[in-house]
Design a protein around this ligand. Sequence first.
Ligand SMILES: *[C@@H]1O[C@H](CO)[C@@H](O)[C@H](O)[C@H]1NC(C)=O
Ligand SMILES: *[C@@H]1O[C@H](CO)[C@@H](O)[C@H](O)[C@H]1NC(C)=O
Ligand SMILES: *[C@@H]1O[C@H](CO)[C@@H](O)[C@H](O)[C@H]1NC(C)=O
Ligand SMILES: *[C@@H]1O[C@H](CO)[C@@H](O)[C@H](O)[C@H]1NC(C)=O
Ligand SMILES: *[C@@H]1O[C@H](CO)[C@@H](O)[C@H](O)[C@H]1NC(C)=O
Ligand SMILES: *[C@@H]1O[C@H](CO)[C@@H](O)[C@H](O)[C@H]1NC(C)=O
Ligand SMILES: *[C@@H]1O[C@H](CO)[C@@H](O)[C@H](O)[C@H]1NC(C)=O
Ligand SMILES: *[C@@H]1O[C@H](CO)[C@@H](O)[C@H](O)[C@H]1NC(C)=O
Ligand SMILES: *[C@@H]1O[C@H](CO)[C@@H](O)[C@H](O)[C@H]1NC(C)=O
Ligand SMILES: *[C@@H]1O[C@H](CO)[C@@H](O)[C@H](O)[C@H]1NC(C)=O
Ligand SMILES: *[C@@H]1O[C@H](CO)[C@@H](O)[C@H](O)[C@H]1NC(C)=O
Ligand SMILES: *[C@@H]1O[C@H](CO)[C@@H](O)[C@H](O)[C@H]1NC(C)=O
Length: 632
Amino acid sequence: MISTSFSALLAGLVTARYASATSVSDFVTQEQAIALQGVFNNIGANGSLAPGAASGLVIASPSTANPNYYYTWTRDSALTLRMLVDELIFGNSSVQSTIDDYVSAQALLQTVSNPSGSFLPSGLGLGEPKFNVNGTRFDGAWGRPQRDGPALRAIALIEYSNWLLAKGQKDKVSKTLWPIISNDISYVGQYWNSTGFDLWEEVSGSSFFTTQNHYKSLVVASQLAAKIGQNCTSCAEAANALCFLQTYWNGKYFTANINLNNNKQRSGIDANTMLGAISVFDVAASCTHPSLQPCHSRSLASFKVFVDAFRNATLYPINANIAASKGVALGRYPEDIYYNGNPWYLITQGAAEFLYDAVAQWKHQGSISVDSTSLAFFKDLYPSAKAGDKYTQSKTSHKKERSMSQVSARAASDTFQTVVTAATTYADSFVAVAQKYTPSNGSLSEQFHKVSGKPLSAYDLTWSFASFVTMARRRAGHYPAYSWANETVNVPAVCTASSTKGVYAAAGAGSGGCTSSVLFVVNATTYYGENIYLVGNTTDLGAWDLASAQPLSANNYTSTRPEWFVEVQMTGGEYVKYAYVREENCGQASIYETVNRTLHVPACDSSSASSTSAQLATNDKWTGSVGSSGSC
Ligand SMILES: *[C@@H]1O[C@H](CO)[C@@H](O)[C@H](O)[C@H]1NC(C)=O
Ligand SMILES: *[C@@H]1O[C@H](CO)[C@@H](O)[C@H](O)[C@H]1NC(C)=O
Ligand SMILES: *[C@@H]1O[C@H](CO)[C@@H](O)[C@H](O)[C@H]1NC(C)=O
Ligand SMILES: *[C@@H]1O[C@H](CO)[C@@H](O)[C@H](O)[C@H]1NC(C)=O
Ligand SMILES: *[C@@H]1O[C@H](CO)[C@@H](O)[C@H](O)[C@H]1NC(C)=O
Ligand SMILES: *[C@@H]1O[C@H](CO)[C@@H](O)[C@H](O)[C@H]1NC(C)=O
Ligand SMILES: *[C@@H]1O[C@H](CO)[C@@H](O)[C@H](O)[C@H]1NC(C)=O
Ligand SMILES: *[C@@H]1O[C@H](CO)[C@@H](O)[C@H](O)[C@H]1NC(C)=O
Ligand SMILES: *[C@@H]1O[C@H](CO)[C@@H](O)[C@H](O)[C@H]1NC(C)=O
Ligand SMILES: *[C@@H]1O[C@H](CO)[C@@H](O)[C@H](O)[C@H]1NC(C)=O
Ligand SMILES: *[C@@H]1O[C@H](CO)[C@@H](O)[C@H](O)[C@H]1NC(C)=O
Ligand SMILES: *[C@@H]1O[C@H](CO)[C@@H](O)[C@H](O)[C@H]1NC(C)=O
């Protein structure tokens, strides 16, 4: 039996584990193992914190309330799987069975009809952001579609395919992986030029992170297709996506979201662009490669603008009195109001990963170039930096110097080392911030409070854990050897709006339903603050549950035409009963129409050419009593 004094001592040790006395290196070693285990706890069917999750499905967090993240998101899952594929590549063969479970699960999930649409005929359902943990559709209102998911999943599966190919398993790649990848790449080729919701699920428009991953997915898919003798017609959209990607630059930084659909304009300063650079990282890529690598001047400039926005102690009191050369706690974007806006672990860790990536690229190339765009970034690391400077890694040993040019080359190489060391120290200082606010048991929530530093929002967030592991790997100088952006690529001189119709075929046992699009339009005069919902007797209309009702848009509302509308993907051929509902302000009860309407959804023709426009539109007029603004 453990004596009281000994267990108290042990408790003291456990609490002190991550105190500042622990070195960053020791912290990283300990937390990396906890984080990897944390990820496994959140994957079905055997994850200890993922009861009910189907085999191979990754839950976002075990948290089922405040907030409820007990769902599987395509984006979070794919980023997590990329980490696991990395672990496989680095030699941990025991993760492979989990990766294979994910592969099987995704083949099925691709075909599940959902509120974004069906799999057939035109792949719309692939844009659905999240599903129930048992793999069934999620019908609640959500920011959809999200078009980064298929690209990220394709990248994860392609990275795995490359590992399999190196092991001589071409058959498995061609027969099992490629059919899934091909569907996702079809989606990217078809919809890269359509708006959707960003990775934070808030802004509808075009998102830098999404476009950058679209580009990468199309390139790596075409490389894989070439290796296994498959066609990738959609992959030809890569040049157009690449061209579009450049247009997010506003002269100072990459604007996170453009082409906004009625969203309030923000500064566009957002972790989005930093996370995008990490996602496309290729150690062997040149810093001028238009895929916009971490070491690209514009990525570095965006990084500095982003980090500096959070040095504001009014915005984030937690960052008061931290020197400009030191890491700070980072949130999603300065205007964030979710949970009042707080730092996130995955973003603070992501900043470290971004810097480790850039350092790895400079070392790989043996040089660092400073230009007027990146100058402000470099001045934080090396105050005497000037635009036009080039620092070269030492090749000659100091003793062999003979000429003045060799002496000046040494000065430049010393500077190379100085900048590399400063950038690495800077990266470590972001890890130290994460360390300071990581509880002693190593659990990583989504956020930590901007004043107290206490963990906040969903606990044991899978993405927080996965991002810790990838950061730890980059810190140790581990990155997958496969290079995808090492060739010279030219950006087209003129950007082209385009789309390649995809080819979709079930890769697994699922057959998928088939949906038809219906545009519900209703004239309903409303007061400011009142909203209209659509609810009905079928799953696609929320099965009379207001929590799953379809929210209508007032984008086209005028005083002469009080129009509310929503386009809904509905099961082809079904009969539905539906009604509109007014959602009142000030906590007043919702008001239902006094009629139940009926509709026959057009049959779905899965062989038809894809169409994203509605096959049927209603012309309804609100029937029933109206609401009045409450006093609150
Ligand atoms: C390898 O993966 C397994 C899970 O399959 C995990 O338990 C183990 O800790 C990992 N090993 C290392 C060295 O990361
Ligand atoms: C999960 O558990 C089942 C039953 O114990 C086992 O057959 C399966 O291999 C396990 N899967 C993983 C990924 O460990
Ligand atoms: C799947 O999960 C959802 C949400 O928890 C639940 O409503 C549904 O009944 C489940 N379906 C099956 C087949 O287990
Ligand atoms: C489509 O591509 C064109 C050309 O790059 C671009 O101007 C336009 O903003 C893009 N629209 C969307 C929604 O991606
Ligand atoms: C690729 O496309 C060509 C030309 O359309 C066709 O002949 C060939 O069969 C296709 N290959 C595969 C593997 O689909
Ligand atoms: C700092 O943050 C506060 C609170 O968000 C904001 O009002 C202020 O404009 C910011 N200051 C600067 C210099 O950005
Ligand atoms: C880990 O520590 C946090 C903060 O003290 C606590 O809220 C959480 O319950 C702990 N988790 C476990 C699994 O003990
Ligand atoms: C780029 O990387 C690939 C894969 O690692 C390799 O096969 C190819 O030779 C490289 N090309 C160049 C120009 O380095
Ligand atoms: C809304 O207005 C836009 C722009 O005028 C138009 O293209 C669109 O068809 C309208 N939508 C509906 C449902 O009326
Ligand atoms: C919904 O209502 C329609 C019209 O009354 C009916 O034909 C249909 O069977 C109902 N569907 C469900 C799922 O109850
Ligand atoms: C519409 O149908 C729902 C569900 O059956 C029912 O609760 C409601 O009373 C009906 N409304 C009217 C106006 O008949
Ligand atoms: C809705 O309003 C428009 C514009 O006033 C009108 O043309 C249309 O007929 C109305 N629809 C119904 C069903 O009343």
